[in-house]
Design a protein around this ligand. Structure first.
Ligand SMILES: [Zn+2]
Length: 490
């Protein structure tokens, strides 16, 4: 998910991140507003490009979250409520539903109360350091049947960026609110798939869902939210913003009193960059790179699905972090002369295809999003700048792997099986180079068709290494087992 710093920069940032920023709470959280029931006139199609609007009906059994977030004046206390319509899309009965409470392992705190199933009180249990909420079902939920879960929650956001790159933090006057709602876990061939994510790599693994979210926040703060804004009002002190998002794999929000917005339109897509006004040049340059990346990836893989793509600068110590239709860029690289900016923007835009549109288990098979996204970033540089661009970015991949003396550590391992240095060198370095080797083996034309079809075949779903290999072999009509043994399989 994230494009991470090179090792020397990680070390540097660990040191500088010891400079804590703290801000005294200015008020207690607002009372929780009543849970909205059915939002009127929900129209997820309006947030999708025309060629994708049919997916809303096809995914009608995806989870539908209705969430209220109330952000206190101090910007790091959040209260809220959530209602989820959940459908059992598996072929077995479910006797429990598992939800992730990520703030409890991201340096903050989340509590949940008033948990109900179809309006009836239930007593949940907790596991994984309180990051897993298990909701028992009195009657097993049969395949294709639905239920409604509801609960109230409160979150205290950490005021440091020490955990997991600071994905969830209030720091430097910016609230970065990732994964801050009770989030349904994925049920797959392993059953409910939940674990505590390592410090390297991405935190979530999620199915496509729909969100109707109301955010209540201080009026003087610019709030940037996943999805498409459908309503906004304020009473002079507080503002209420309602958004609809979906299908998306996650919901993200960033807020700061310091944000200014810079905008660019490209082929019916509105691009916005929210950052400090003195970073205007960097923001405009990033939007230009984003527009060109959208064009390259849209042509090569599949059209970009949404009508909007938002960027926010945050104090994260990853270079960038991708969310569906949103991207966080670390503030210090928002500068047209910063050599990290173009590659970071192209890489994070690339994740809109590989992570969001085509999902994967980001903890067990991180190469499916990270290594492939490194490769398509290389493709961006090649398409934009020819041989020189290719050589320039390939040197980055090669440098990462060379840091490990080109050790043949497999690309296809879970995040937890790599050291930090290996995760960077293998998943971000060797893994990107693997796709060049695969292309050489398959032939350029066959390979390009394969990646395109892999994208459309797996759009909105979850791919696996076996799916990728099977589709590749079907295209080249060849046996790739030796190549996968040499590069991918542990
Ligand atoms: Zn990434």
């Amino acid at each position: 998910m994230k494009k991470i710093f090179s090792l020397s920069v990680i070390t540097l940032l660990f040191l500088t991140s010891c400079l804590f920023f703290s801000r005294k709470a200015e008020s207690t959280p607002e009372p929780i507003p009543p849970t909205s029931t059915t939002a009127p006139d929900i129209n997820f199609e309006s947030g999708l490009m025309p060629e994708y609007q049919g997916i809303v009906q096809k995914l009608k059994d995806a989870s539908l979250y209705t969430i209220e977030f109330v952000i206190a004046d101090d910007l790091y206390h959040i209260t809220g409520s959530e209602e989820v319509r959940y459908t059992n899309n598996e072929d077995v009965n479910l006797d429990e539903i598992q939800l992730r409470l990520f703030p409890n392992i991201l340096g903050g705190n989340m509590t949940v109360k008033n948990v109900k199933v179809n309006g009836d009180d239930v007593t949940p249990t907790y596991k994984l350091n309180n990051s897993l909420l298990i909701v028992p079902l009195k009657d097993p939920l049969q395949p294709k049947k639905s239920l409604t879960l509801s609960m109230d929650f409160s979150v205290t956001v950490p005021q440091t960026v020490d955990m997991n790159y600071g994905v969830q933090a209030f720091y430097d006057n910016v609230l970065a609110l990732a994964h801050a709602y009770p989030m349904i876990a994925v049920y797959d061939d392993e059953g409910w798939n939940s674990e505590i994510p390592p410090q390297s790599g991405d935190v979530t693994y999620a199915d496509m869902s729909f969100f109707v979210v109301n955010v209540d926040a201080p009026k003087d703060v610019t709030v940037v939210i996943s999805g498409r804004e459908v309503n906004r009002q304020d009473n002079g002190v507080r503002q209420q913003i309602t958004v609809e998002a979906g299908p998306v794999r996650d919901f993200y929000l960033a807020a700061s009193p310091d944000y200014e917005v810079f905008t660019k339109e490209v082929d019916g897509i509105t691009l916005r960059f929210y950052t400090h006004s003195d970073l205007q040049q960097g923001a405009k340059y990033a939007l230009d790179v984003a527009a060109r990346s959208l064009e390259v990836f849209g042509k090569r893989y599949a059209p970009y699905p949404y009508t909007e793509l938002d960027f926010v600068s945050t104090p994260t110590y990853a270079l960038g972090i991708e969310y569906p239709g949103m991207i966080a860029i670390t503030e210090w690289i928002v500068d047209p002369d910063n050599s990290y900016l173009e590659a970071t923007v192209a890489h994070e835009v690339g994740h809109q295809w590989f992570y969001n549109l085509v999902g994967n288990d980001q903890l067990d098979e991180p190469w499916l999003d990270e290594s492939l996204t490194q490769f398509i970033t290389l493709q961006y540089f090649t398409d934009e700048y020819g041989q020189a661009g290719n050589e320039g970015f390939r040197a980055d991949l090669e440098g990462r792997w060379a840091y490990l003396d080109n050790s043949p550590i497999p690309v296809g391992m879970p995040v937890r099986d790599y050291s930090d240095a290996e995760y960077s060198g293998i998943v971000y370095g060797r893994g990107g180079l693997f796709f060049e080797v695969l292309r050489d083996e398959m032939g350029v034309e066959v390979f390009d068709n394969f990646i395109k079809e892999y994208t459309t075949d797996n759009a909105w779903g979850i791919a696996t290494a076996e799916i990728l290999r099977t589709e590749a072999e079907a295209h080249c009509k060849c046996d790739l087992s030796a190549l996968f043994e040499a590069w991918i399989y542990p």
